[in-house]
Design a protein around this ligand. Structure first.
Ligand code: GDP
Length: 487
C-alpha cells in the first residue's frame, strides 16, 4: 500500500465503481483488487447501462466462451466451410465471435483489443484474443468463469500469418469482387470473414464501418480481425450504434478509460514489478510527473532538439522548476519546498540522464527537490519478447499513476498511460526537420486515444467527407491532424 497520505485513494471501492464483477479469485490477480490503492479516485464513473451491459456480456462469454457446447458447435461450422464458396452461414446460431489477431506493439495491442471489445459488445459477439507470445503473461483474465484467450487448437490459427488484404475471406476483397460480378455478398461466401483494419487498409476495407455492410456481416459467426488502429471513434460515426453508445458512454471521452480499467489488469508478476517500483521511487513524493519520450526519427539519441523540447515544455507549462546555474541561492524561497518525482520512460537513457544531472548539479530556483527515475532503457523495440513486454506494460502503468503527464505525439504507448490514468497530458508535438517545435507542447483536450487511420467516407452519400467535422464529439486530434478522437 502506498505510504503517502496526501492523495485521496479509494481504499473501500475494491470493485472500482462496479466495473469489476464479483466472484473472481482474488489471489490469482492481485492488481484487480489493489489498483484502487495506487490510483486516485476517478471522477469518471461508469454509467449504469455500461455496468449492466458488461454483466450481460460476461454471461454471454460464460455461455459461448472456449470449449463450451455452442463454441464447439460454431467451430464445426467453420471446419465444414473452409472453402470460400461452400455453405452459407446460419444466422440462427446463438454464439458469434470476434477473434483478435496478435499484432503490433503493446500500446497498439491494448488499444485495438479495447476497440474489438466495444465492437463485440455492440454486435452481441464474444471477444476471443489470440494469446500471441505475451497476452497470458502480461494480463489477468478479465471475464469471470471462462477465458478470453483463443484456444491453441483453433482451426484457423495456422492461417493467421497469411491472412491479408488479398485473402479470399477478406471482407474488403470480397466487396471488390462483388463490384465486378454483382453476385457475391459476404454472408453467401463463408462462415468466417477476415477484417483488415490495419493502417494501410483501403477504401473497401474501411466499408466495414458502414451500416449497410454490418447487415450482411451480422450473419457471419466468425469475424477474424487484424488491426493496429484504435477504431472506437469510427464506431461512434455509425448511426446504427449511436443510441446505444450514448447510453453506454454519456461522457464520450471516458470510453478507453473505463474499458481499459475493465479489461487490462496486470498479471501478478507484472503487478509486483509495478508496486516495487512505485514504493521505491514514487510513493514518497508530493507530486509525480511522468514524461514519456518516444521518437520516431533515425539516428543516435538523445536528440538535442528533443531534449530542448522537453525542457521548453516543462518550464513553459511550469511542470518542473528552473535551476539556478550561475550564482548560489542565498535566500530560502517562500513556501514549503516540495519533493517531486519525475518518471521518465524512453527506449534510451540520454534524456533522463540529462534531466537528472541538471537537478543534481544545480539548485532549483524555488527550493523544490527533484528526483529523476527511469525504469529501463531497452534501446530497441522488441515486441513479443517476454521481459521486454513486461517492462513496457509496467512503464505504461506507472506513467498512468502519475499526477501529471507529458507524452510524445503519435504514440499509443502514451495514449494507454493517459487513458488508464484518466489524465490529460501535455503532448510534445512531433518535431519536423530535426527542429524543436514552437510551441513545444500543448495540453490535450481529451484523455481519449487518437485514431490514426480513420475512414473519410460518407456511407449514405457515397462520397468522401471530413469525418472530423460531422459530430461535435468526434474531432481531429491535436497530435495527428488527420486522426480522429472522441472529445
Ligand atoms: P507506439 O509505437 O509508440 O505507438 O507504441 P507501441 O507500444 O505499440 O510500440 C512500441 C513498443 O516499443 C512498446 O510496446 C515497447 O515494446 C517499446 N517501447 C517504446 N517505448 C518504450 C519505453 O519507453 N519503455 C519500454 N520499456 N519500452 C518501450
Amino acid at each position: 500500500v502506498p505510504n503517502d497520505t496526501k492523495r485521496e485513494y479509494d481504499s473501500k471501492d475494491k470493485l472500482q465503481d462496479g466495473l469489476i464483477a464479483p466472484g473472481f479469485d482474488e489471489a490469482s490477480c492481485l492488481s484487480r483488487y489493489q489498483s484502487n490503492l495506487y490510483r486516485k479516485v476517478s471522477p469518471q464513473k461508469p454509467s449504469s447501462h455500461l455496468l449492466s451491459r458488461l454483466r450481460s456480456y460476461e454471461d454471454l462469454h460464460k455461455k459461448c466462451g472456449p470449449h463450451t457446447k455452442p463454441y464447439n458447435k460454431t467451430l464445426e461450422q467453420l471446419k465444414s466451410s473452409s472453402n470460400p464458396s461452400s455453405t452459407s452461414a446460419d444466422s440462427s446460431e446463438e454464439c458469434k465471435y470476434v477473434v483478435w489477431i496478435s499484432y503490433s506493439g503493446l500500446g497498439n495491442k491494448i488499444l485495438t483489443i479495447s476497440s474489438a471489445f466495444l465492437y463485440a459488445l455492440l454486435s452481441n459477439r464474444i471477444l476471443l484474443v489470440d494469446p500471441g507470445t505475451d497476452m497470458a503473461d502480461l494480463f489477468c483474465e478479465p471475464f469471470p468463469e471462462n477465458s478470453w484467450l483463443l484456444p491453441n487448437d483453433f482451426p484457423l490459427k495456422d492461417q493467421f500469418v497469411t491472412l491479408d488484404q488479398k485473402s479470399p475471406h477478406c471482407h474488403g476483397n470480397i466487396l471488390k469482387k462483388k463490384n465486378n460480378t454483382k453476385n457475391t455478398s459476404p454472408e453467401s461466401v463463408t462462415s468466417f470473414l477476415y477484417l483488415h483494419l490495419v493502417h494501410n487498409n483501403d477504401d473497401q476495407d474501411k466499408l466495414f464501418f458502414c451500416d449497410e455492410e454490418q447487415i450482411p456481416i451480422e450473419k457471419v459467426p466468425w469475424l477474424v480481425m487484424r488491426t493496429n488502429i484504435y477504431f472506437v471513434p469510427s464506431l461512434f460515426l455509425m448511426p446504427s450504434f449511436e443510441q446505444e453508445l450514448e447510453k453506454l458512454f454519456p461522457e464520450k471521452e471516458t470510453v478507453f478509460h473505463l474499458l481499459g480499467k475493465y479489461l487490462f489488469h496486470p498479471s501478478n508478476h507484472v503487478w509486483r514489478m509495478i508496486t516495487r517500483y512505485y514504493q521505491a521511487y514514487l510513493a514518497n513524493a508530493d507530486e509525480r510527473i511522468g514524461i514519456q519520450v518516444r521518437t520516431f526519427e533515425p539516428g543516435p539519441s538523445p536528440f538535442p532538439h528533443v531534449m530542448n523540447q522537453i525542457y521548453a515544455c516543462v518550464f513553459k507549462e511550469k511542470l518542473l522548476p528552473l535551476v539556478e546555474r550561475k550564482k548560489p541561492i542565498v535566500t530560502a524561497s517562500s513556501g514549503i519546498p516540495k519533493l517531486k518525482s519525475v518518471l521518465i520512460t524512453s527506449l534510451t537513457s540520454g534524456y533522463s540522464e540529462d534531466v537528472r544531472n541538471m537537478y543534481w548539479e544545480h539548485p532549483t530556483v524555488n527550493g523544490d527537490t527533484i528526483g529523476v527515475f527511469q525504469p529501463s532503457h531497452e534501446e530497441h523495440q522488441q515486441t513479443d519478447k517476454n521481459l521486454h513486454d513486461r517492462k513496457a506494460w509496467v512503464e505504461m502503468y506507472l506513467l498512468s499513476l502519475c499526477d501529471m503527464l507529458v507524452t510524445s505525439a503519435q504514440s499509443t504507448f502514451g495514449y494507454v498511460a493517459q487513458g488508464l490514468g484518466g489524465l490529460k497530458p501535455w503532448i510534445l508535438y512531433k518535431p519536423e526537420n530535426r527542429t524543436t517545435p514552437d510551441p513545444p507542447c500543448g495540453r490535450v483536450r481529451s484523455m481519449e486515444p487518437c485514431s490514426h487511420a480513420p475512414p473519410f467516407y460518407d456511407c449514405k452519400a457515397k462520397k468522401k467527407v471530413d469525418t472530423g467535422a460531422i459530430l461535435p464529439h468526434v474531432r481531429h486530434c491535436e497530435d495527428v491532424a488527420w486522426g480522429l478522437q472522441l472529445v
